[in-house]
Design a protein around this ligand. Structure first.
Ligand code: GDP
Length: 366
């Protein structure tokens, strides 16, 4: 599964958020699968109302949503890149994830220790960014040292270009900027792909606000939203303590009442999960049969054979064609047969670009 790492300074609400994630996963366990892989890793379903709708129409034996994995990466502190507070171990954890959720403290509470002084969202973000940048600088400089000789003496234009890109990254990091802002071309990215740079990973921010600011945000969350505008990054305003409480409620009616008391229509966690999914440029297609209605995750831009490979690698190798009904048509006509009769059932070939919400059936050779 895809992995999202939760990072942030101590006492900003990371563990609280992680508990909300793992509780909500457990609460779904009667219907859905749950697994704790390690104490700090939780697997959650991606909330998708389309799946519920398909379930109503098809009445399958079981429903399988698609999942995303959250990892609580505690222990990032100032100096982590220099090995402070087990820093290196935590940074290594970040290297493995596909995306980062950066939790920022936007609540005041005199009882909760804060070493950095007054609440300062952009300052906090800067501390974490700096640690990640320093670690990246280390990786980039190591590779520069390895490749320098070849780039300068050899006649290999590829090695030369690679070296140029590495130097460009070095300069950028030294200016206190993140690699994801550099917007390297796909070809140029190859030069740093093996480094899995931390500041190259897609990021979204959670502004952890106090209860009273849940719907409106506050001056801190506003400062954060303003501050990350140039990055084009998304900020999710939520209250992690309330999320943890919601996630502990088992009765859906209780949950709904609790949410409505706060003026919410859904848990903030759902917004966070969906945003993470979008951030990773993932889309969902469905398979719908009486045995099973299921959601499958693929990357935007995948063609039909590659999309089939997430079900089984043989599906890709032996791909013949795909039968496709768009989600809207499926719901509009109410069944595969009815959609077929209405002429909304398509046969697509190898070049078909799978769309979000496609209900698919693959034909393949074994
Ligand atoms: P971590 O160190 O980032 O994992 O932070 P924790 O999740 O352990 O939270 C640190 C403390 O802040 C705990 O006592 C939480 O109950 C509290 N906390 C977390 N979120 C909020 C919040 O939104 N408001 C307030 N007042 N306290 C919070």
């Amino acid at each position: 599964a895809l992995q999202v790492g939760i990072v942030g300074l101590p006492n900003v609400g990371k563990s609280t958020l992680f508990n909300a994630v793992s509780n909500s996963a457990k609460a779904q366990a009667s219907n859905y699968r749950f697994c704790t892989i390690e104490p700090n890793v939780g697997l959650v379903d991606v909330p998708d109302t389309r799946l519920t709708k398909l379930e109503e129409l098809v009445k399958p034996n079981r429903v399988v949503p698609t999942t995303i994995e959250f990892v609580d990466i505690a222990g990032l502190v100032k100096g982590a890149s220099k090995g402070e507070g087990l820093g290196n171990k935590f940074l290594a954890n970040i290297r493995e994830v596909d995306a980062i959720v950066h939790v920022i403290r936007c609540f005041e509470d005199d009882n909760i220790l804060r070493e950095e002084g007054a609440i300062n969202p952009m300052g906090d973000k800067g501390i974490i960014d700096t640690e990640l940048q320093l670690k990246d600088l280390e990786s980039v400089e190591k590779k520069i040292a390895r490749t320098e000789k070849m780039a300068k003496t050899g006649g290999d234009p590829k090695a030369k270009r690679e070296y140029e890109i590495l130097k460009q990254c070095q300069e950028h990091l030294e200016q206190g900027r993140n690699i994801r802002e550099l917007q390297l071309s796909k070809e140029d990215k190859v030069a740093i792909a093996d480094l899995f740079l931390l500041t190259d990973k897609p990021v979204l921010y959670v502004a952890n606000v106090d209860e009273a600011s849940l719907l409106t945000g506050n001056k801190y969350s506003e400062a954060l939203i303003e501050g990350v505008k140039s990055e084009g990054a998304q900020v999710i305003v939520m209250n992690n303590t309330i999320e943890a409480q919601i996630s502990e409620m088992e009765d859906p009616a209780d949950k709904e009442l609790f949410l409505s008391e706060y003026g919410l229509t859904e848990p903030g966690l759902n917004r966070l999960i969906r945003s993470a999914y979008n951030l990773l440029e993932l889309i969902t297609y469905f398979t719908a049969g009486v045995q099973e209605v299921r959601a499958w995750t693929i990357h935007r831009g995948w063609k039909a054979p590659q999309a089939a490979s997430v079900i089984h690698t043989d599906f890709e190798k032996g791909f013949i064609k795909a039968e496709v009904i768009s989600y809207d048509d499926y719901v509009k006509y109410g069944s595969e047969a009815a959609a077929r009769e209405a002429g909304r059932f398509r046969i697509e070939g190898k070049e078909y670009l799978v769309a979000d919400g496609d209900v698919m059936h693959f034909r393949f050779n074994v």
